[in-house]
Design a protein. Structure first.
Length: 310
C-alpha cells in the first residue's frame, strides 16, 4: 500500500494529547486554527506582561484584545479563497468524541462554536509563531484567558487541567509510554492504558484511541463521521454511528494488528488523489482538504470529462 505505516508524531505525548482534544466537535479548519493560535500564544508568553495577564486572567475585553493572537480564526462557512479552482468551504465534521456522548456511541459532531471573526481574512498571516506550548507553559494559565485568546471554548479548561496534572506529577506520561515499550502493543496493555486515559477529563473512547494510536497501538481505528464517509466513498459500504465500529472491524480486520495504518493509508491516498500531494502544497492550504471540497472537485472533473466527450 502506498505510504503504508507512515504516521508522524509530535515531539512529546502531551502535545499529541492536546491535539487530540482540538479535534473535538469541530471541523478541520477550526482544529488547525486553534493549534496555530496556541503556537502564537507560546511566543507571546515570553513577555513577562503577557505571562502575568495569562496566569491571572484578564479583567476586560479591551485588555484581552491587546494580547489576542493574530492568527485568522477560520470561520466555518463558505469563503472566497481559492486553491486550484476549489472554493474554500466548510468540511464534513472532524471526529466526534466519546467525551460528549452519553451512550458511548460514535455520534456525529455536535454543533460547533463559531469562532470570533478574524481581522485578517486571508489564508496567510504575518504573525510570527512559537513552538507548541508544553505542559509547564499551559499549567499556569487561566483557562478563561486561554479560551478567549486561542478560541478553544470548553477545551481550554480540559487542556489546562491536563497540563496541571502532569506538572503536579499526578499524571506521569513517561510511565505510560514505558509500559508500552516494555510490554509491547498487545491487547492487554492497550486495554490497561485505555482505562487509565479514560479517567482524564474529556477523554472519551475516540480521544483515547487516537492517543493510543500515537503511542504505537494500531489495532484500533478511531471512528467518526469521516470514517463513515470514507467507507461509503471508497468501499461502497453504508453504515451509521451505531454500526461504524463493527464495520471497520470487518473491513480492516485482515490487517491485524495494523488496522489503523491500513485505514489511514487509504484515507490519505484518497485525499491526495483529489487535492494533490500534501507535501507539495503550502501549509496555508491544508484547511482546504475537506469533504465539501472533495465533492466540488469531483463535480469539476466530471464536467471536464463531459465536455471532452462531446
Amino acid at each position: 500500500m502506498r505510504g503504508f505505516g507512515r504516521v508522524f508524531r509530535s515531539p512529546c505525548l502531551f502535545e499529541d494529547m492536546v491535539k487530540c482534544i482540538l479535534l473535538c466537535n469541530c471541523q478541520w479548519p477550526r482544529t488547525l486554527s486553534m493549534a496555530r493560535a496556541l503556537c502564537e500564544l507560546q511566543l507571546k508568553l515570553k513577555s513577562p506582561l503577557v505571562a502575568e495577564a495569562a496566569s491571572k486572567g484578564l479583567d476586560s475585553n479591551a485588555s484581552a484584545e491587546h494580547f489576542l493572537p493574530n492568527t485568522p480564526n477560520v470561520r466555518e462557512k463558505k469563503r472566497k479563497n481559492v486553491m486550484t479552482g476549489i472554493r474554500q468551504t466548510d468540511s464534513g465534521s472532524n471526529s466526534s468524541k466519546g467525551e460528549v456522548e452519553s451512550d458511548g456511541s460514535y455520534d456525529y459532531c455536535a454543533p460547533f462554536e463559531t469562532l470570533k471573526e478574524s481581522r485578517l481574512e486571508g489564508s496567510k498571516s504575518s504573525c510570527e509563531i512559537g513552538d507548541f506550548p508544553n505542559a509547564a507553559e499551559l499549567a499556569n494559565l487561566d483557562d478563561q484567558f486561554l479560551a478567549k485568546q486561542c478560541g478553544l471554548g470548553y477545551r481550554a479548561a480540559r487542556i489546562v487541567k491536563l497540563a496541571r496534572s502532569i506538572v503536579e506529577g499526578k499524571l506521569q506520561l513517561e510511565k505510560l509510554e514505558e509500559e508500552m515499550v516494555t510490554s509491547g502493543a498487545v491487547p492487554s496493555v492497550y486495554d490497561k492504558l485505555a482505562s487509565q486515559l479514560s479517567e482524564i477529563d474529556g477523554f472519551g473512547s475516540f480521544t483515547c484511541a487516537n492517543v493510543l494510536m500515537c503511542m504505537g497501538f494500531y489495532q484500533a481505528i478511531p471512528s467518526d463521521s469521516e470514517t463513515i464517509r470514507h467507507l461509503k466513498k471508497v468501499h461502497r459500504i453504508n453504515c451509521t454511528n451505531q454500526t461504524v465500529q463493527s464495520t471497520v472491524d470487518k473491513v480492516y480486520g485482515k490487517y491485524e494488528p495494523f488496522q489503523f495504518l491500513a485505514y489511514w493509508s487509504e484515507v490519505w491516498h484518497f485525499y491526495e488523489e483529489t487535492f494533490g500531494k500534501t507535501g507539495e502544497m503550502p501549509h496555508s492550504d491544508y484547511k482546504l482538504i475537506t469533504a465539501h471540497n472533495m465533492k466540488a472537485n469531483r463535480k469539476r472533473r466530471q464536467r471536464k470529462m463531459a465536455k471532452h466527450l462531446k
